[in-house]
Design a binder for this molecule. Structure first.
Ligand SMILES: Nc1ncnc2c1ncn2[C@@H]1O[C@H](COP(=O)(O)OP(=O)(O)OP(=O)(O)O)[C@@H](O)[C@H]1O
Ligand SMILES: [Mg+2]
Length: 502
């Protein structure tokens, strides 16, 4: 028998009701029984007040007496309830609950049934905040065919969520690839990890990818033009057979220089553009020549089923990372399309995780990753290619892409602009849920979308083992650095003493 905790008061509609309750916690599910039938609701916020001690109360002495008399009897608790679904129909209710409708706590069994779709593969990522014994399951089918945004202030548990989700996907035999910006996943204890170095075969690079790798700006039109021409003539030569002893960058520089020589004969190429290009290529060569390898296979052949594929991007510049991620996204999407159209391609769906998404899917800069991520956001569902975008700066994300992320896991966010931005891009995240974001603790999340059957307030379980994102132990690092400095000083003194003795 479920416990009645209160009754609805005032006006309600089919989405919201208010109730006077004896006890309540944010995130608790309740059942309202009225002529509509049984309607599931979620307590999104709770307020407490006093009939005698209002906001304008100003007499401290009387206040003391009221407290002594019987404070408990004069206080009340009100809950805001989001109506989620008519339990018999599985849809939102047609009529609002009348005032006085009893509000009962939903039993664990009802919630367990609602959160477990027995026909589909799911992974358990944590438990309900309000009903701790009820596991929260994520429907994998909708993770691989829809997209997900994981949004939260820094240090609130995004990477932990990615680790829990991706281990779960690997365990059930799926394919997930994490573009590891900080190297935190490669250095983690993820059991099923498969680390991929960011090698790319120049044969498969597009002209725009080469331009991005070499950090040639979109508005540097002369450089872009010369580069395109050089790549075109280089491609002709490459098709005749590559000398695998020559570095791609060397061949490219030679092709550009050849353009320069011809320009002196009157072809009118911009000399400055050529010099600038050669400098940029040299710059790239000094730092990243190792990325481009003639023996690297097409990137899609690196991906393994049943593993957490992690592309190591640690220490690379953002423009190089942009080129690598976009190269993967483009080739995965194209290989999936080819496969679906009966040609040779990638025979399994792939979930792509983009960390620091506000850098690569920014609402101001046009990156290559943004272009291919937008394509996947729009077309990926048909081809089993999906995105998980992760960001601590939601308002820096491209609004078009964010609005395609119909699944959301949102954790603590205090910044009002970020909250507003998320709300404006989500049909299923209402203001009452957004208002709870500042109050969430580390690891607590609001989850909406088809990956869960009903909106949930969950505690994501902690990933067991090392994950690179853990807060650094500052005290330990300071004292280690101090010991090291003292050690160096001692050695220095000993050396100078020896010098004096000689
Ligand atoms: N669900 C959880 N339960 C317990 N502890 C957690 C949970 N999630 C994260 N933490 C802890 O909080 C800290 C930060 O977590 P995490 O690195 O996942 O945050 P983040 O949002 O990815 O941060 P950043 O913005 O820096 O990438 C870590 O020490 C982690 O162990
Ligand atoms: Mg992180």
């Amino acid at each position: 028998m479920e416990q009645v905790i209160g009754y609805t008061i005032g006006e309600a509609n089919v989405l919201y009701a208010h109730a006077l309750v004896s006890k309540a916690r944010m995130g608790t599910y309740v059942i309202l029984s009225y002529d509509e039938g049984e309607v599931l609701g979620l307590i999104t916020s709770v307020v407490r007040g006093s009939r005698l001690i209002g906001d304008d109360f100003s007499d401290l002495e009387t206040l003391g007496k009221i407290r002594e008399f019987d404070n408990a009897k004069t206080t009340y608790m009100k809950a805001n309830i989001r109506l989620i679904m008519d339990l018999s129909k599985g849809t939102t209710p047609d009529t609002p609950p009348p005032p006085g409708t009893p509000v009962k706590l939903a039993g664990d069994d009802v919630l367990r049934n609602l959160l477990q779709d027995s026909n589909d593969a799911t992974i358990t990522i944590g438990n309900l905040i309000g009903n701790e014994d009820v596991p929260v399951n994520i429907n994998i089918r909708y993770l691989a065919s829809r997209h997900l945004a994981i949004l939260a202030a820094t240090g609130s548990g995004k990477s932990n969520t990615v680790a829990v989700l991706s281990s779960g996907i690997a365990e059930i035999g799926g394919c997930i690839v994490i573009y590891d910006y900080h190297g935190e996943y490669i250095n983690s204890d993820i059991r099923e990890k498969h680390v991929i170095q960011p090698f790319i075969n120049p044969l498969y690079l597009t002209s725009s990818e080469i331009a991005e790798l070499m950090n040639i700006r979109e508005n540097a039109t002369n450089q872009q033009r010369v580069l395109r021409k050089a790549i075109k003539s280089l491609r002709g030569n490459i098709e005749k057979g590559v000398d695998s002893n020559s570095e791609f960058t060397q061949l490219l520089s030679d092709a550009i220089e050849a353009k320069g020589e011809r320009s002196e004969k009157g072809y009118g190429e911009d000399k400055k553009a050529i010099t600038d290009l050669l400098n940029k290529i040299e710059d790239f060569e000094d730092r990243y020549a190792y990325i481009l390898r003639w023996d690297a296979p097409p990137v899609t052949s690196n991906l393994m089923l049943g593993r957490v594929n992690i592309v190591n991007l640690e220490g690379l510049d953002d423009n190089v990372i942009d080129a690598v991620i976009s190269h993967y996204l483009k080739n995965i999407l194209e290989a999936r399309k080819a496969y679906k159209h009966g040609r040779q391609g990638l025979p399994f769906p792939v979930i792509n995780v983009i960390e620091e998404a506000h850098i690569f899917l920014s609402n101001t800069d046009n990156t290559l990753t943004k272009y291919w991520a937008s394509r996947i956001a729009k077309e990926g569902r048909k081809f089993g290619t999906s995105l998980i975008i992760v960001s601590q700066r939601p308002k820096g994300l491209d609004p078009g892409i964010l609005s395609q992320m119909t699944n959301k896991i949102v954790m603590k966010i205090v910044e009002p602009e970020d909250q507003k931005y998320i709300m404006s891009s989500s049909d299923n995240l209402s203001e009452d849920l957004i208002n709870q974001l500042p109050a969430l603790a580390v690891g607590q999340a609001i989850i909406v979308g088809m990956i869960v059957r009903i909106p949930v307030l969950a505690k994501i379980r902690k990933f067991e083992g090392v994950l690179g994102g853990a807060d650094p132990d500052v005290m330990a690092e300071w004292s280690k650095a101090k010991e090291k400095a003292e050690e160096n000083e001692r050695i220095g003194r000993e050396i100078s003493n020896m010098g004096e003795q000689l």
